[in-house]
Design a protein around this ligand. Structure first.
Ligand code: ATP
Ligand code: MG
Length: 232
């Protein structure tokens, strides 16, 4: 067993301690996150709720190592992120960490299928079954018929489902999703909620979900509210 695996078993999958984020806006300095603490256990589903502008997306980016805190430390899969450079953080995320952006961030020059395939192909050699995985992920979000569409040829909700398929196709240990049902009608949203929970049940993935959707928050193990830059 690798040392990093032992670390992971002994500690939360994701931990934030004393995390601060200060941003410089046109009106001066903003303190977005203040001495924020959070632990996410393997296989746990956590909902993060809070008013618009309270810092939820900022927090999700820090937890996943997409952005760096102004202070404090984040551990992901047992690794302190401050000790890794951008390439190191990207390597850590590969295959282990899925992320669904609030604005999807699909690559416009790739089809839906190619967007889902990309993280599988970038993880060289790790997914010999990449084509089948991508097809399964597209089917799971009900979009196999749209596989050849480019993002501009997809509705907002369809783009969101492709972004979700891209995030879970590699079977990550932890999936971060920013309002994953935000653009969906009630029926499609309900299907996506079942899909996320199945991912957890089948693959033991932890879920960290920013959401305004009471139906989704209700199905999580814990609901945390962002207030004054902290989680309550
Ligand atoms: N690059 C930036 N520079 C300055 N301020 C920023 C920057 N990015 C975000 N902010 C500010 O940080 C605050 C938190 O933004 P964030 O996107 O994390 O909020 P949120 O809780 O996800 O909101 P929403 O529910 O509307 O998505 C906002 O007030 C926003 O204006
Ligand atoms: Mg947001």
């Amino acid at each position: 067993m690798k040392e990093s695996d032992q670390l992971t078993q002994a500690s939360p999958l994701c931990r934030a301690q004393g995390v601060e984020k200060n941003l410089h806006g046109p009106g001066g300095n903003l303190s977005i996150l203040r001495a924020l603490d959070l632990d996410v256990a393997p296989g746990e589903a956590v909902a993060i709720l809070g008013a618009s502008g309270s810092g939820k997306s900022t927090l999700l980016g820090l937890l996943a190592g997409l952005d760096r805190p102004s202070g404090g430390e984040v551990w992901l899969c047992g690794q302190p992120l401050s000790e890794l450079d951008e390439d190191g953080r990207a390597a850590l995320r590969e295959g282990q960490v899925g992320f669904v952006f609030q604005n999807f961030q699909l690559l416009p020059t790739l089809t839906a299928r190619e967007n889902v395939l990309l993280p599988l192909e970038l993880a060289t050699g790790r997914y010999p079954d990449a084509d089948a995985r991508a097809a399964d992920a597209l089917a799971a979000v009900g979009l196999q018929e749209r596989a050849g569409h480019y993002p501009r040829q997809l509705s907002g909700g369809e783009q969101q489902r492709i972004a979700l398929a891209r995030a879970f196709a590699p079977a990550p240990r932890i999936l971060f999703a920013d309002e994953p049902t935000g653009n969906l009608d009630a029926d499609t949203g309900a299907r996506i909620i079942e899909l996320l929970l199945r991912l957890r049940a089948d693959a033991g993935a932890a879920l960290v979900l920013v959401t305004h959707d009471p139906a989704l928050a209700e199905r999580c193990d814990r609901r945390l509210h962002m207030r004054d830059g902290r989680l309550q």
